[in-house]
Design a protein around this ligand. Structure first.
Ligand SMILES: [Zn+2]
Length: 464
């Protein structure tokens, strides 16, 4: 974050991890401490003995992501209340930002003109943008869903807007995140089978259109007002990832491999999103059709929308192993420790959730033994940190009593401190999962993190 980026200069991307350094030589190193920014690859380093969990490294043009990974959510180009350097210090390798929100304000053209989302928000690590589909269906007053797209009213000013595969891809292309999502239809959790089946049909159709839209954009980047020559060059250099470099040799995937006609131009990777609700056959059909289209990674959407933990686990256990073993798998919007553990055991690699910061703002602190609700009277005189095992800036310096006081008098530092602590908690949880995957010792994981066990909380704001 301290790196100065000249306006309009093409970001050279600085190596951050020894993992990258160790294998940088044959991958287009641009000089000491740098690697080819077009690089995008996924390598699985270790797997659970006799199980489906796996550890790996997902390399993007802006750095490497240790998987399984938890992505803090920066909805409107900020992880609420937390500086980028603090997000990085928590151990996060990648952030998520929202296409819908940034598409409305400040608009993708402005962000592109200002050098893209990384530069705009002061985060030089990897970024993933979602498709906007979830927000369109959950936040907006819907007007019309057709096979072509969605017409909706903005939740900000009621303006009538349209989001379709072309537009969702264009916005994400201009934002410039490392990983972008195909536009999908996310039906409500209580939708009946016919509605979910229709959503699957549209999601598959739209995924193909998104892939084509990204290829068109890559071939002829849009002109922008006020866009300087360097920015145009950067836009011209954006290109879809058409497959993993080593997929032909891996032998892991029984699915048709995407063409690799432009292996040297790799900047944005588009993932397809598997919908299908809690219906295993619809999930399988959706996954199969997306794999036939071919994406460098696959997301699982439409979970954590009201179904039970058991229903979610049943979907994941049936679905995840069917996705190509050599591609990253991303479970969208799921973040309770208990759900993450089950999903990792099913073979999921990436997670995102607003829980750390949303709960932090509401005075809920995550701990390995369960959440603390800091407004509770019992913390009034407690001089210990939120969690003794935690080495976050909040736990290093402040007591529960002090943080409670901040909330009780409405001081803004309170939500900031608990947000930071919660971000650290999730990264510590993921780090321990990565440590233990090669042993498969889930009993030890539950001893250290009872919060992830059967008695752990399943709701967003469970009280202690
Ligand atoms: Zn802490």
């Amino acid at each position: 974050m301290s790196r100065k980026i000249a306006r309009g200069h093409i970001d050279p991307c600085v190596i951050r991890t020894p993992l990258l350094l160790s294998r940088g030589g044959g991958l287009g190193m641009a000089g000491p401490g740098r690697y080819d920014r077009r690089m995008f690859k996924f390598e699985i380093s270790k797997s659970e003995p006799g199980g489906r969990a796996r550890c790996g490294v997902l390399t993007t043009p802006h750095g490497a992501i240790r998987t399984p990974a938890f992505m803090p959510v920066g909805t409107r180009a900020t992880v609420k209340g937390v500086w980028p350097a603090q997000v990085r210090e928590s151990g996060a390798d990648i952030l998520l930002a929202n296409t819908y929100h940034l598409g409305l304000r400040p608009g993708p053209e402005l962000i592109a003109e200002l050098g893209g989302l990384h530069r705009f928000m002061g985060w030089d690590g990897p970024i993933l943008t979602d498709s906007g589909g979830f927000q369109v269906f959950s936040l907006s007053a819907l007007n019309q869903i057709t096979d072509e797209g969605v017409t909706f009213r903005s939740h900000i000013d009621g303006q009538l807007l349209r989001l379709d595969p072309e537009q969702a891809t264009r916005i994400q292309y201009l934002l410039g995140a490392d990983i972008i999502m195909a536009f999908d239809q996310c039906p409500p959790g209580d939708a009946d089978r016919d509605v979910v089946a229709r959503a699957v049909e549209r999601t598959v159709r739209w995924a193909g259109e998104c892939k084509q839209a990204l290829e068109r954009l890559s071939a002829s980047p849009p002109a922008l007002n006020g866009c300087d020559a360097a920015m145009k060059e950067r836009l011209a250099d954006l290109a879809t990832v058409r497959g993993m470099p080593d997929e032909a040799q891996s032998g892991c995937s029984p699915h048709p491999a995407p063409a690799q006609d432009k292996p040297e131009r790799k900047m944005q990777a588009m993932f397809g999103i598997v919908q299908g609700g809690i219906f295993p056959d619809l999930r399988r059909a959706c996954a199969q059709q997306l794999m036939e289209i071919g994406f460098p990674g696959y997301a699982i959407g439409g979970l954590s929308v009201g179904e039970t933990h058991e229903q979610m686990v049943a979907v994941l256990d049936d679905l995840v192993w069917r996705l190509p073993a050599d591609r990253p798998r991303y479970l969208m919007g799921v973040g309770m420790p208990r759900d993450i553990l089950a999903a990792v055991r099913a073979g999921v690699d990436l997670f995102d959730c607003v829980l750390p910061t949303r709960n932090g703002r509401r005075a809920y602190a995550f701990t390995a033994r369960g959440p603390l609700r800091l407004r509770n009277e019992k913390y009034r005189r407690q001089d210990q940190p939120l969690e003794t095992e935690c080495s976050c800036p909040a736990c290093r310096q402040f007591s529960r009593a002090y943080i409670r006081h901040l909330f009780m008098v409405g001081e803004m530092l309170g939500p900031m401190l608990v947000s930071v602590h919660n971000l650290w908690f999730f990264q510590r949880f993921m780090s321990r999962l990565r440590d233990l995957i090669p042993t498969g010792d889930w009993g030890r994981m539950l001893e250290e993190f009872p919060v992830a066990g059967p008695a752990g909380p399943t709701q967003l704001t469970q009280e202690d």
